[in-house]
Design a protein around this ligand. Structure first.
Ligand code: SF4
Length: 381
């Protein structure tokens, strides 16, 4: 299997915590759609030939919900024309959406496209918090968006939440989690706030205008999220992801299991099993390159050690964990022996559980996952 990511780098305003590549150059929209389609044709032979066919398409951003349904159709048709793929009825085709783009009329149009999964950027259900992070929707709009999406036939809905935000407290986070669960999304992605250099939020915090949540409270928020989602039947299948049975994100799962993927659009990353590529993070430069029939891309060929480290850093985040046999086959016995040695030590400390050829983090390990990843990864000499 393989996945296709299409990046729509357009936003009407910038959220204060964001470091994704996006721009408010909305007047480039028509040119962008043409360029994305052209890049798909240029990358038509990117996937390794040994049975790698598209099973998932993920239209992310930025704000893909700014596009019209006819633009979405153009992108999906172009993807299906460009790459080998499974039956469209068997594909997972996701689009990220801002809650206040999901009006009745937009949802009606969207329901006529091949999109069968929506990832709605709620982030919080608290209006004060939403204002602080400069989201353009309010809590009511987020709740309505989920209910409306269902009304128009979207039966696979994921929502994004963030904890650790300025103004958030453990109690307000508990309210967010309770509201989220009451809305019964099929999937929840919840991330701890990361402060990125240069973001508006980082600047305000460094000037003392806002205060971030401390680490101990963030951990309490995470523990509560795990308990509350588990009590409501969600499976904690990746450190930041929770799913009802049968609703794991198939697209993201391919990133976590060393499966090739194609990234289209400015700043998008691709991986063919041997090297990583990433497109220039600049819309005018991206458009210029594509108009000249070239890709403005950097390529990094991965050493075996880098591939092993990437595998550890992604697979160990999941409840499936790492597989020693896979490591041995793919990277060699030197790496599987090393991984087994570290795993045995971590098992004694109660941080991982080893079952046959597999090893995954325990609850104790999940809370200190960063330090466990460090034990497993190999530093190249
Ligand atoms: S809508 Fe998404 S991509 Fe755009 S600024 Fe906000 S978080 Fe970033």
């Amino acid at each position: 299997m393989a996945g296709l990511y299409i990046h729509i780098p357009l936003c009407t305003q910038r959220c204060s915590y964001c470091d994704f590549f996006s721009t408010t150059l909305l007047n480039k929209r028509v040119e962008l759609i043409d360029a994305l389609c052209k890049e798909m044709k240029m990358r038509a032979h990117y996937l390794p030939v040994d049975g790698n066919v598209l099973e998932t398409i993920y239209i992310g951003g930025g704000t893909p919900s700014l596009l019209s349904s006819s633009e979405i159709n153009i992108l999906i048709d172009c993807a299906l024309d460009s790459f080998p793929h499974v039956d469209t009825g068997k594909m997972e085709i996701t689009m990220e959406a801002n809650p206040n783009d999901l009006s009745d009329s937009n949802l009606k149009e969207l329901s006529g496209t091949a999109i069968n999964r929506l990832s709605i950027g709620c982030q919080s259900f608290n209006d004060t918090t939403l204002k602080i992070i400069n989201r353009r929707h309010n809590a009511e709009e987020a709740k309505n968006a989920i209910a409306n999406a269902r009304k128009y036939g979207f039966n696979n809905i994921s929502i994004d939440l963030i904890y650790g935000l300025p103004s958030q407290t453990i109690d307000s986070w508990k309210d967010d989690v309770a509201t989220a669960i009451a809305l019964k999304p099929n999937h929840i992605s919840a991330y701890c706030l990361e402060l990125h250099e240069g973001s508006l939020l980082t600047k305000k915090i460094s000037k003392g205008e806002l205060t971030e949540m401390d680490e101990a409270d963030c951990l309490t928020c995470f523990k509560h999220l795990r308990e509350a989602t588990s009590a409501s039947g969600y499976e904690h299948y990746e450190i930041s992801n929770f799913a009802q049975k049968g609703f794991r994100s198939r697209h993201n799962s391919s990133y976590w299991h060393d499966i090739p993927y194609i990234g289209i659009g400015p700043a998008a990353h691709s991986y063919d099993g041997v090297s990583r590529q990433w497109n220039v993070s600049h819309l005018p430069k991206y458009l210029k390159a594509i108009s000249e029939n070239r890709l403005d891309t950097e390529i990094e060929t991965l050493s075996v050690t880098e591939k092993y480290n990437d595998y550890i850093l992604t697979a160990l985040r999941t409840s499936d964990g790492i597989d020693f046999q896979y490591i041995s086959n793919k990277f060699g016995t030197r790496f599987s022996d090393l991984a087994k040695e570290v795993a045995a030590k971590q098992q004694k400390d109660g941080n991982v559980e080893i079952i046959g050829e597999k090893c995954h983090l325990t609850e104790k390990g999940i809370f200190i996952s960063d330090s466990i990843f460090t034990e497993f990864i190999v530093v190249e000499e």
